[in-house]
Design a protein around this ligand. Sequence first.
Ligand code: B12
Ligand code: SF4
Length: 540
Amino acid sequence: MQGILLAANKIHSGNNSRKVFMNKKRILIVNCFSNEWRIPFFQSGSFSPAMAPTFLAGLFSPDLCDIRLYNEQSSGPLRDEELLAWPDMLVLTGLNTAFDRMLHLTAYARTQNSKVIVVAGGSAIRALFHYAQAYFDYCCDGDIEQMQYVIEDAFGKQYVSEQFLRDGWAIPRYDLLSGNWTKNFGYVESSRNCYHRCSFCTTTAEKTRYRSYDLEYLKQQILALGKKKALIFIDNNFSSFDKQFISDRFALLKELRQHGYFTRWAASVSADFFLNDENISQARETGCMALFTGLETFDRQSLINFNKHQNTIQSQVEMIRKCLTAGIMFYYGIVFDIANRAVANLHDEIDYIVDTPAITLPCYMTLAIPILGTPFFQECLEKHLILPNVKIRDLDAFTITLKPQDPHSEVAAFAKNLSRLGGYRGRVINHARYFFAEYRKEIPPRTMMMALYNSWQLCAPWPAAIRLSEAGSLANKNLRPGKRTFIGPTEAPDYLYTPTMPIDPRYRHYFNPTMLTDSEGNLSEALRQDLSPTNRRLYT
Ligand code: B12
Ligand code: SF4
């Protein structure tokens, strides 16, 4: 777990924050999000939703707090003035790219209610901890349990959940989730962080330690969900080096499944999970329907560059086949490193993928991004590979932020087509036909359906779960994306950077994009304390 560090510069909460009021506190917890399409979409019932708000809510006393959750990923940008004026405490979480959204919501909320206490945490705050101090009342660089100290400091210990104080873990508040957020799935966590050290991964940057949970905690989460058809494990890595833990967890899953708590489950695992056939058979026997693996690329050299050696031990194609023939859908993502590979070489890889019927197609293909603080980020900084005038918001995996090997226009065209696989649709359809022929006798109909649906959604004109968040929003000139360039330095800030309600002039600058690099391509002055190799606090 992270060291507990509280930045208690309570410029806005004043002295009142220390007084104990027994009236109910109003808590709004928001997952901030800015999507890569740069238009007001929401992703209803995503397979992979943010869950930190649900866990954070479990830290507050249910008797003494009214808690509301909002997820910008599943409900679109938060623009409800009444809701933003409502809380005594606004708790914000989000990915790196959500940092500016955290600022926007802070400006909205403080304009509505100057006394609101704003708490921010998650990967963006961990990476920009010093910089963030100027904007939020509490900056949290720890895990969700750190919230207890914030609650205690701001309101008093009685506002911390008694269950948490007794057991030491927070039972997620699933009851507060809207239908859009999770649809029919139940989300649980059995471990934290990861024991691999891939060079581009946040868990590597944060130097977090892999930790398997007490299985009683997992059981309590599943019981709290009630009976669900399918469970999704949100662990960074459901695999583990602890064989005893793996087998005890399978035993628990078996027992709870027999009691009807779920029928199927899915999880993310690293490639080493497939080295042990026993893992695959146990997964199948306990109802595993799908596994996601960060396959990243079929290019061996790139895997080595990414320090992803666990993916080089066995043939990736064989790994996929093994999983599918066990009756488990195999999902994976592909990451293209435009700084170290030519576009022609990347097209060769796509050709290989769509021409190999033995594998499922990836569920997404994106650009490699220098996630803040990772070894890959450091390497890009040192080699001066990050483009000038790149904004934190540009790190969304579809915008070019690194100096490519090819002309910008060529790489921009590649990036533009990437999210919907433009130019490959006919070949994707052929892949589906050959895949069907290859596996029709070997895999169950459910696995086949999932694989074919996955192929369809990879190149469908519009992602299946995406909805316009506001009726007619594209008819509104202010919300329409300007002409996209897909190149960080020339991408104009999108509609989110124009306030939709009056803003106190003191907070107007919260709508300026946070710059990662300056016009020379050096780390921007403001972020040096957090991100330059010599000054960094958490990372080396
Ligand atoms: C759900 C998810 C998504 C969702 C939504 C994410 C969101 N927050 O809006 C979607 C599908 C949109 C998504 C997209 C992407 N994701 Co994602 N995603 C996840 C996933 C699977 C689960 C996150 C989660 O809910 N975890 C459970 C909660 C409880 O933990 P947590 O959020 O990690 O928070 C921990 C701490 O940060 C802290 N914390 C968080 N908030 C707060 C707040 C307070 C107050 C406190 C005290 C503590 C605290 O507490 C938690 C630990 O106890 C993680 C992997 C994982 N298993 O964690 C990857 C992960 C977050 N994603 C990752 C990546 C790389 C991406 C993509 C770039 C992938 C890609 N190539 O396209 C895109 C980015 C798109 C964009 N526009 O920016 C990285 C990190 C990215 C980053 N730091 O910015 C992760 C960690 C996966 C990995 N190992 O590489 N993702
Ligand atoms: S296996 Fe996945 S979670 Fe673990 S370090 Fe690598 S990318 Fe991160």
